[in-house]
Design a protein around this ligand. Sequence first.
Ligand code: SF4
Length: 457
Amino acid sequence: MEACLVNVFGEAEVAVVHPSDLEAVAGERTKIIGIGGHDFLGINPPTSEFVEMVNTGPPYNRVKFFELMKKPVMREKIVVAGGKAAWQLADETIMDKLNIDYVHLGEGELSVPAMFKSILAGEKLPRIIKGGVPSIDEIPNIRGATIHGLVEIARGCGRGCAFCTPNMQKLRFQSIAHIVKDVKTNVDVGQRSICLHSEDVLRYGAKGIAPDDERVLKLFRQVAAVEGIESIGMSHVALSTVSHNPGLVTAVSETCYSMLDEDWTGAQTGLETGSVRLIGQHMRGKVLPAPPEEWPEIVKQAFGILDDNNCICAATLINGLPGETTDDVLKSIELVADLKGTRSLLVPMNFVSMRGSALDDEETFTMKKMTPEHWQLFGECIDHDLKVVPELIRIYKTGSSGAIKSLLLRAGAKYITNALQKYVGQMKRGESPTDRTEVSKWLNPDIPDLKNFGMMR
Ligand code: SF4
């Protein structure tokens, strides 16, 4: 957005400002304040579920968002909200309550600059505006470094899962030259770890479901060759791509481990369910080129391949998909049991009906609706994770700020592990955990100790 607005209005007219600095920066000449967010109200997974679980009051992102919206400057200027979580605000009653003038839904490269021009010209616009789809050439290079060195290499997915919003976007790939330029922008200001972002990094540049190995490897080689870069991570990979292309996973990891100062990597992925019935109903494309029946085998193979290549995956599962039965949940429990021993994290989440997905008419699944089988699945996943945490802490590099950070991390992880361990047995027996004060205490953002450590604002 910054780059798009600068291209139209000029560098002197656009500023990217942290909420804490907003009042000091926004002056008489400031006309519009745009805000982007991933989960303004804290109702997306996994926030919604963790908040219910630890029972500590409203989610922190909602608290901070409301704090921002209460600032006098937000009432004085024209406010436009957009980004991934814009759907949460696209309701005139909510907009009025929060003093939001306009909500922009979808991709903004083409429509946001045009919208701002119209606002400045005093034209009357609808309060909720849907963006168009920019071609790959219309997505500009970033102008500054990104959080965690995230560099977008593609948009969209193409596998067609019904609950998913990236699925609604057209699949497009950035050129390697464009990606390398964004990587350099990060490295130039000291970001040494780059995370390549797409819904399936291994399918970069593919014409169909099968990856284009040469193009993927060329991308990794050229990014790894950027001077100053120390590690490359992947935001997401698809388990079916991994399972059908073990050689590509090995080639990618060998490229990174031989060219850079890294010996392990990680990626997020969607495991979603162990039920081939639900896979067939909501996400057949996730398994392609294989049929839904092969999903459990694909998952097991892929977890093994990733582990063999020192790639730790964090996989999400979804409780309460529309049409789910007890038998479907039991299938997930069986699959989780088969993954024991792999270095991976399993994160069960509850289904959220997100506006813009193909399932946005369905009901959101909440913790209150969880059955003993859902709790059992939850317990099995946490049990799996707690066994992997010590290994993750062992391999995690804390960089030059090293010893103290590492000590705090180990102590924190041990504390959380011990606190959670108490409830794992309960959950594995299918019981909802009671007396969660210990967990709440640790996770509650109001704990003064955390503030003193400077770990929270
Ligand atoms: S594979 Fe992942 S990103 Fe692609 S449509 Fe399915 S859930 Fe969405």
